[in-house]
Write a protein that binds this ligand. Structure first.
Ligand SMILES: NC(=O)c1ccc[n+]([C@@H]2O[C@H](COP(=O)([O-])OP(=O)(O)OC[C@H]3O[C@@H](n4cnc5c(N)ncnc54)[C@H](OP(=O)(O)O)[C@@H]3O)[C@@H](O)[C@H]2O)c1
Length: 301
């Protein structure tokens, strides 16, 4: 961070990532938000969250809110790099929380449905026991535990199946494949709640405005399988392009991957909706993002 900058009220870590990009759009070109005040967006090059010196500089006295969008998110790669994943998603979260406590800042952190094992058949309650089945989930669970023990003022939002018009995500991958291939086979035995980054930012702001704290779930409402989600995307792509791509359901066992995924990772939204009211259903949130993906703009990097 350059030395002569005024102290921001809000610091967003991991500014190069997908969710942080949507936060940047929300803050606007002046990097000032009515609820957040002046916002500093710090990439991994500006602030490596595994480096205590970087955190001390980035989270200075006067900062009142830190939004941690930084994470190790390569789910399959984490299986062979668990210590790196745990350093970023676990230990570093503990250090961010400790620094927030020192300066009296509130920490917003994002966690994941992958902290659960996916063996349930009803939505996971906020207080359900963590039992991750893979290295990424274990690293995020470690971060949650350190956050809870830190004594910091925090809001930990577990989200799932995140997408936006930018970044590497399922919605963009399927939208591209649908324009290139006649048939797509997509797994139909994993259920969850696809979540638009725009909805997640909106939920975060509304929870902060209501002074919500602790751990809550933050997803679009409704539930579906990856096959259902792919079908909704392809239907829209076909309609826009005059294409005829078909989607076929298949089983996860047909596509073995290094990391096991939870079969059922629907997060209970009850406590969140009790604070902010009904959350947008996933199909409604998907529509504007698909519109944007299908109408390429210079910013769709
Ligand atoms: N994507 C999903 O489907 C999903 C689902 C559930 C929960 N989440 C959670 O939602 C949050 C946002 O995810 P996202 O999809 O926006 O992730 P993302 O696009 O992968 O962005 C993560 C950012 O963190 C940065 N980062 C990595 N290591 C860092 C370090 N040591 N110091 C500072 N920055 C570092 C990365 O920078 P480099 O690219 O330069 O490494 C990247 O810009 C994460 O907490 C994630 O676990 C995501």
């Amino acid at each position: 961070m350059p030395d002569q900058q005024p102290i921001p009220e809000t610091v967003i870590l991991g500014a190069g990532g997908m969710l942080a990009t949507i936060w940047a759009e929300t803050a606007g070109p002046a990097l000032r938000h009515p609820q957040l005040g002046p916002v500093a967006f710090l990439t991994a090059a500006d602030c490596d969250i595994t480096k205590p010196g970087d955190l001390a500089r980035a989270i200075a006295q006067g900062v009142r809110l830190v939004i941690n969008c930084a994470a190790y998110t390569a789910v399959d790669q984490a299986e062979s790099e668990e210590s790196r994943a745990t350093e970023i998603n676990g230990a570093a979260v503990g250090r961010i929380a400790a620094r927030c406590r020192e300066v009296g800042a509130t920490l917003v952190h994002y966690s994941t449905d992958y902290v659960f094992d996916g063996s349930a058949s009803v939505p996971y309650r906020v207080d359900a026991p963590r039992n991750p089945v893979g290295a990424y989930g274990r690293s995020k669970a470690a971060g949650e535990e350190l956050l809870e023990r830190s004594g910091a003022d925090f809001l930990n939002l577990r989200t799932a199946w995140l997408y936006a018009h930018c970044g590497a995500n399922f919605v963009r991958t399927i939208a591209k494949a649908a324009r290139e291939r006649p048939t797509l086979r997509v797994v139909n035995d994993q259920g969850g709640r696809p979540t638009s980054c725009a909805t997640l930012v909106d939920i975060t702001l509304r929870l902060l405005a209501a002074n919500a704290r602790g751990t809550l779930h933050a997803c679009n409402s409704g539930e579906c399988t990856w096959f259902d989600l792919a079908s909704a995307i392809v239907e829209r792509v076909n309609a826009a392009s005059g294409g005829s791509c078909a989607v076929e359901p298949c089983a996860s066992s047909e596509y073995p991957r290094p990391a096991r995924r939870p079969a059922y990772s629907v997060l209970d939204l009850g406590p969140t909706e009790a604070v902010i009211g009904p959350i947008t259903p996933w199909r409604d949130a998907l529509r504007p993002v698909l519109d944007r993906i299908l109408t390429p703009q210079p910013s769709n990097a």
